[in-house]
Design a protein around this ligand. Sequence first.
Ligand SMILES: [Zn+2]
Length: 458
Amino acid sequence: MRFRAVALMLGVLALVLVFAGSAQAALTPGSSGLGDPFFPLAGNGGYDVSHYSLDLSYEPSTNDLVGTATITATATQGLSRFDLDLRGFSISRLKVDGRDATFAREGQELVVTPRTGIHSGTEFTVVVGYAGTPTVVTDPDSSIEGWVPTDDGAFVVGEPQGSPGWYPVNDNPRDKATYDFSVSVPAGLTVMANGVLVSHVTSRGRTAWVWHEADPMAPYLATATLGRFDLTISTAGGVPSYVAVDPQLSSGNVLRKLPEIVDFYSSIYGPYPFDAAGAIVDSARVVGYSLETQTKPVFDRVPDETTLAHEQSHMWFGDSVTLTQWPDIWLHEGFATWSEWIWSEHEGNRSAHQFFEHYYNTPPQDVRFWTPPPANPGTPLFLFNGTIYVRGAMTLQALREKVGDSTFFQIMRSWAALNRYGNVTTAQFIALSEQLSGMDLENFFDVWLYEPDKPVSW
Ligand SMILES: [Zn+2]
């Protein structure tokens, strides 16, 4: 008996060792990317971020950024190490759960090896202290993004890959998180980040601007645009609205339209999705575009009404309902362009049908107008090509005329409601359209979204 008891104990010990061994074996490196067809290294595998707390200090005269990022995440696999995305900067400290971690830099990958592995399902905290000159990223289509210095501060935009130019991040639209920002700048400057303004406190010649974004946000939609601004706080869509205008610019009356635009889109797409609204109007023509940074789109000049409406509609389509992979960008830009048309129609100007007719008159020989098809840009070079916008919008207008207004607006509202704060694919939009219309729309969407030629029958 005694012998057998010892044998049993040895058996238990062996089992314990086997379990310990398999748990150890289950700790593997998180992947360095998420396999996006256009930006395969953007984002990282093995964890899901729930919150970023960014504590930054910026000196415009020297373009020096000093930051501490505190990132709360949960492991989705057993992790022996994991990556963040960060471009440039020197790292002064890196801690995982309060303990120093080792790290290595490989291009945009910041490879972090914690002292002990992280088991699947465990929440962990990463603190990265960093400093240096923030990065301006040049995209495949030659546009610039990231932290772009201006004459009085910086214009901060991240679509599709600029965010690692100013903070360590899991830079993939699939990993949404909430954000806190505290940004210190010389007194007299204003920092415009996402969400609601918590406080701005000046002491010893510097002001710390604190913003809180309580709703899930894709990393590329974060901003901390700063400079001299006249900031007006009012309400739009039932939430605080923050409108900042560079005093060098004369913004005229266009920004007064903002609450009306928010109300109109709320009436056709469903409730405004975020707890803050607004606009940031900077003088930054070197950038050459505006961006739908969450809660407050940022403009490189005074927008016209069409551009203002376009960016506001992105709060529903792009920011709340976000693509899963970048080649589906028409789900943002086609929708925002159609939103321009329906705003125009609502205002009693040119109707969405008239826009459609105008563009449909383009002859089939005009290959540059008709290709690439909206849901298959083929290369990141065409991410923001005209067809993604215009032929994407034509697709929605053609759908509206095929299924009728009542069903069409039901599709748009359902799309916004069902996927609020989520990530989507074109296949899901097609499935929802078929479900709500009761029609077989395979040929319709094939002709409009995937075939390179001008659609002739659908
Ligand atoms: Zn857009």
